[in-house]
Design a protein around this ligand. Structure first.
Ligand code: MN
Length: 233
């Protein structure tokens, strides 16, 4: 096959303890999956069905990266999250079988242009530009299931410049990881290489240039992101 210009490199993230990298196919994110965060966003955390949004695969940035403060926003927010990395595809995956589709877990930060999201909500417009901008999907190294097992509880915290902003426990997910996989796979056929951001606990807030943001998940270590100045043309 030939192309009219060279195709972009395959988006990927590191796998802990492996030279080989995890090829990222798609990025799915669950909205409002911790009750306290749903409340802080002005929503009733009743167990309404989970909803999803996406980010481009090449929005991934890795542990230690500095990202420029993104354009069109005055309110860039952090959202520390547990990320599920799929190693096997499937459509209509039964909940009981869902964990067999997991390749590993990672620490993520679902960076959000909160002002654009608020405007989109108000005007009934899509969230894409609030959520799916360049370098909006921080994803640390994927830790394989063989190494870490399956994660259903454990602390998740986020700090900015050493000060804690978010704290939750994976056990408090409104929709568990098997439920999220099962429900997502009813909408689209999941494929190996998909990343699923599982939602953020309460305490989301703004990041400004110079901030160092660290997300920790018990058993997975930590992931650091530095916010740089806005990018020039
Ligand atoms: Mn999120």
């Amino acid at each position: 096959m030939t192309f009219v210009f060279p195709p972009a490199p395959q988006a990927s993230v590191a796998v802990r303890g492996e030279a080989a990298r995890f090829p990222v196919r798609r990025i799915f994110c669950v909205g409002r999956n911790y009750a306290a965060h749903a409340r802080e966003m002005g929503k009733d955390p009743d167990r309404e069905p989970p909803f999803f949004f996406t980010k481009p695969a090449d929005a991934v940035v890795e542990d230690g990266d500095t990202i420029p403060y993104p354009p069109l926003t005055e309110d860039l927010h952090h959202e520390g999250e547990l990320v599920v990395a799929t190693g096997k595809g499937g459509f209509n995956i039964p909940e009981a079988d869902a964990l067999s589709h997991v390749f590993g877990y990672a620490i993520g930060n679902d960076l959000t242009r909160r002002d654009l999201q608020a405007e989109a909500k108000e005007l009934g417009r899509p969230w894409d530009f609030a959520k799916g901008f360049d370098r909006s999907a921080v994803c640390g190294p994927i830790v394989k299931v063989e190494e870490v097992g399956h994660i259903s509880s454990g602390a998740i915290t986020l700090s900015v410049n050493g000060k804690e902003r978010q704290r939750g426990d994976i056990a408090d997910l409104i929709w568990s990881i098997p439920e999220v996989i099962a429900i997502l796979s009813q909408s689209i056929r999941l494929e190996a290489g998909d990343l699923i951001y599982t939602g953020t606990p309460a305490g989301v807030g703004a990041l400004v240039p110079g901030d160092v943001c660290v997300v920790e998940v018990e058993g997975l270590g930590s992931v650091t992101t530095t916010i740089g100045p806005r990018e020039a043309a």
